[in-house]
Design a protein around this ligand. Sequence first.
Ligand SMILES: *Cc1c(COP(=O)(O)O)cnc(C)c1O
Length: 457
Amino acid sequence: MSQLTRYILTETDIPKFWYNIAADSPVPPTPVLNPMTKEPVTPDFLSMIFPMEIILQEISAERYIEIPEEVREAYKLYRPTPLIRATRLEKLLGTPAHIYYKYEGASPSGSHKSNTAIAQAYYNKVAGTHAMTTETGAGQWGSALSMACKFFDIALEVYMVKVSYNQKPYRRYLMETFGAQVFASPSDRTAAGRGILAQDPESPGSLGIAISEAVEVAALSNGVKKYSLGSVLNHVLLHQTVIGEECLKQMDMAGEYPDMVIACVGGGSNFGGIALPFLRENLKSDRGTRLIAVEPKAAPSLTRGKYAFDYGDTAQMAPIVKMHTLGHDFIPSAIHAGGLRYHGMAPQLCALYDAGLIEAVAVGQVGTFEAAVTFAQTEGILPAPESSHAIRAAIDEALKCKQTGEKKVILFNLSGHGHFDLASYNRYLSGELEDYDFPEEAISTIEQRLPQVPSMA
Ligand SMILES: *Cc1c(COP(=O)(O)O)cnc(C)c1O
């Protein structure tokens, strides 16, 4: 078969099922604890903030969960997304490796986040929800959920990390265009926000703080408002598996199979989305595909964090889960421009990482932006800084192949475009970005900052 550049599926190839790794994972799920009682959470606790269908998906062990027709209809706006062979990048690197990337930036809001935003808004609609809350960092999740909520006629309040709210107003305008209300977090609208402001009126905010605010508003609304999280949780990873399922078909069209699958990790959802269907194949047939999660050295939860029970948010209102964590009070360095700033990581991925079924590497931000610019100059797409962590790792692997002469097949997820991140590109291009490693002192104190949980946990 002659080599194509773009592997394009048709609408009928949009997956009809999400893949649930819980059915095949050799590692048992770890308990989720109520932040107040430190006992396993009950559906009652979760139903204050989530609709029942989402809770059932969160704890489901069913291998395949059918994608509702209305969700598939909305997916048709941008799915299937293209798989592209990066031939120009291969040529520039002079590598014998074949590099493919899945382009999730093709979605209307510019990232993979729409895959779960549409699903979560749909299940809320079906449950009769008229208003939702969420947090957002740089604004990709907020924009995806704003669009999805508008589609299903749900009002949305977004708590946006203050430093991004001030420095990246364009994502806020996009959210407002989709009809959402956006507040800078910490805000004075919640007890969590007021508590942080009392300690530090200049707090730049963090995802952990913004999650606390959004959860608090939903929890105190008497069931009127539901909360939605854009990463980390099992149901979010589940919804993202459309990425990997499409890739399996597209790699088949290309007549190749990846030796490695690479994606960046913030909370782990785009990595889970592309990698978990390939993990299923590994478990089934000894394919031996390496699954590589790439994180920033500035927020290295998998490679340097503690694997322990920690709160999902800063104000200790979200459930306690077992994950690789930098501590729930983590505030990312202002020097770091590349996103992926969450203090923890998806518990499902942490368990798989602990069991040696997936790998992780951390990369510095200067090398990450260098890779981003190389990619833009060869492939023409301006990548999101987050996605560029995956590009860095893919280029590094391709350069190793150049040394060894191996013709490996590399697949990475280009989780989004960077059209709203040009200020960060400008900082890189004008030489202002420096590498920043999360300091050892901060690692050594994580343990003291973790919650005490009963020993069964
Ligand atoms: C949010 C985001 C990420 C990180 O989140 P994950 O849940 O780890 O995927 C990565 N890339 C882009 C473009 C994003 O918007």
